[in-house]
Design a binder for this molecule. Structure first.
Ligand code: GLU
Length: 511
């Protein structure tokens, strides 16, 4: 039997990185086993729908390279893949369970349900539930006469259909990640399967669809573990073979034990969503990995190792390598603490792995947005110098002085203040001698500049630390950055001499 897995998000907002990881593990598992990865939109809860969320899910998966084999947009043999487009087919399954005495009609009003909970709470029950015991005292087809039930249904009384959880049984299943899970049925509620609005609940639709879509493995977040016994009972009620379950560990806050939330991201300054998102109802903005400048393969690589390891020390892994090594049994049971610094580290590694020409093109594009026009060749040369300090392509924008003409000290208050602190008149003859030496260099390369500079230092009896910062501020306008000989070689003799002279003129004006 071929492996078929699904990612089944509800379009209730942007896709949390935990959701992307769930999609990724499903994808890797499917590809590893030569199976199919399906995407199903679970939108039966109409009250929680958020406009744009479905489109966001689609775009996120595309950006991450997690293209489903079957989805609402591509279609497939077991479609439709959007639950609202399957709306008509769930009722018959709820009816089937009623006929099999595995489900029942419940007519209780919200007030009656509240009263039941209040009564139980007053009697000391911590988590009051509609279950095998309490259902005996409620208005449902188990307690009412058949005639009355008929009457109520004919009259169109509001009602739901609930799962009839068997009493005194152990619900057990083997989770691929967690091992045996055993829950006593006394701890499982009679979940609503079909709502009074004519829509199935998540539980019913999810099981019916997994069955009809021939899903072999359900790989999803740990937050669904408490629902799994209900699902096992629903499969048993239908008499269907159930898929294997694998519940993934939570992604935890970097500092603490709770589940990673958007608030943690806002507080500590990192995205928790894949793409930027503006909530259409509140206008609230959330940042995404894509817009922060992450490469999708770096993001994916980082997520893959958040809760799983290949059993080796290898950290940098392409999608092909991840697919080859992926194994659900190596997914950790415990929560995975998210480390935002590590996420950056991954991006930095991916940035460094790229050929300079590639980075050059990316830098060139970015410079354009700053109205700086340059050739690909020059951007490539600059990228080869700037990439050492860059985690994101945008970090290379600190090297704009490589592309603009004229002294970088102009209207640069930070640099001027720094220069005032560092400037010593003794440096003046050394800079002058260096300017002279540049004039007679046969070749203007990092090596010849290095030699010329050191000759001048020796001749003037000065140390690197006395002259280099000044050279740097004159030519680059900042204290950090690539080596000054490389920078100068790229700028060319004329430009370097001009900047050195402009710097000297400025310092002299302070005397
Ligand atoms: N619609 C559920 C969600 O939003 C799917 C859970 C499952 O995979 O069964 O996560």
């Amino acid at each position: 039997m071929s492996v078929r897995v699904r990612f089944a998000p509800s379009p209730t907002g942007p896709l949390h990185m935990g959701g992307v990881r769930t999609a990724l593990y499903n994808y890797l598992f499917a590809k590893k086993h030569g199976g199919q990865f399906l995407l199903r939109i679970e939108d039966t809860d109409r009250t929680r729908l958020v406009p744009g969320a479905e489109e966001y899910i689609k775009e996120s998966l595309e950006w991450c390279g997690l293209t489903p084999d079957e989805s609402p947009w591509i279609g497939g043999p077991d479609g439709p893949y959007r639950q609202s487009d399957r709306q008509g087919l769930y009722k018959q399954y709820a009816d089937e369970l009623i006929i099999k005495d595995k489900a029942y009609y419940a007519f209780d009003t919200p007030e009656e349900l509240d009263a039941m909970r209040a009564r139980l709470q007053a009697a000391g029950v911590a988590a009051p539930a509609y279950n095998g015991v309490t259902r005996e005292h409620m208005k449902n087809s188990l307690t009412l006469s058949a005639d009355e039930v008929m009457e109520r249904l004919d009259r169109g009384d509001e009602h739901v259909i609930r799962l009839k959880v068997p009493r005194q049984v152990e619900v057990r299943f083997e989770d691929i990640i967690r091992g045996w899970v055993v829950v006593h049925s006394a701890n499982v509620d009679d979940k609503v399967l079909f709502k009074s609005d004519g829509m199935p609940t998540y539980h019913l639709a999810n099981i019916v669809d997994d069955h009809l879509m021939h899903i072999t493995h359900v790989i999803r977040g740990e937050e669904w573990l408490p629902s799994a016994p209900v699902h096992v009972l629903i499969y048993e009620a239908f008499g269907w073979e159930r898929p294997a379950f694998a519940h993934l560990p939570l992604i935890l806050k970097p500092d603490g034990n709770g589940k990673l939330s958007k608030r943690d991201g806002d507080r500590l300054g990192f995205p928790v969503f894949s793409l930027d998102w503006v909530d259409p109802n509140t206008g609230e903005k959330s940042s995404g990995y894509r817009e922060k400048g992450y490469y999708p393969d770096a993001f994916i690589n980082m997520l893959a190792l958040l809760g799983w390891n290949p059993g080796t020390d290898q950290e940098i892994m392409s999608m092909e390598e991840l697919t080859r090594s992926f194994d659900l049994t190596r997914v950790h049971k415990g929560g995975a603490k998210f480390d935002p610094e590590k996420a950056k580290w991954f991006n930095q590694q991916y940035l460094r792995m790229q050929p300079d020409a590639e980075l050059g093109t990316q830098l060139q594009e970015l410079l354009k947005t700053q109205s700086i026009v340059t050739t690909t060749e020059r951007a490539t040369q600059a990228a080869s110098l700037l990439k050492e300090r860059a985690t994101f392509v945008a970090d290379m924008l600190e090297g704009t002085y490589l592309f603009t003409a004229g002294s970088p000290l102009q209207e640069n208050e930070v640099a001027t203040t720094e220069l005032k602190k560092r400037w010593k008149p003794e440096a003046e003859p050394a800079i002058e001698a260096y300017i002279n030496a540049l004039g007679s260099l046969p070749e203007f390369t990092a090596t010849t500049l290095d030699v010329a500079f050191n000759n001048v230092l020796q001749e003037k009896g000065m140390k690197v630390g006395q002259v280099m910062p000044i050279y740097r501020l004159f030519v680059a306008g900042r204290m950090q950055g690539p080596g000054m000989f490389d920078v100068s070689a790229l700028l060319g003799k004329e430009e370097v001499v001009l900047r050195l002279q402009a710097g000297l003129a400025l310092c002299r004006s302070w005397a």
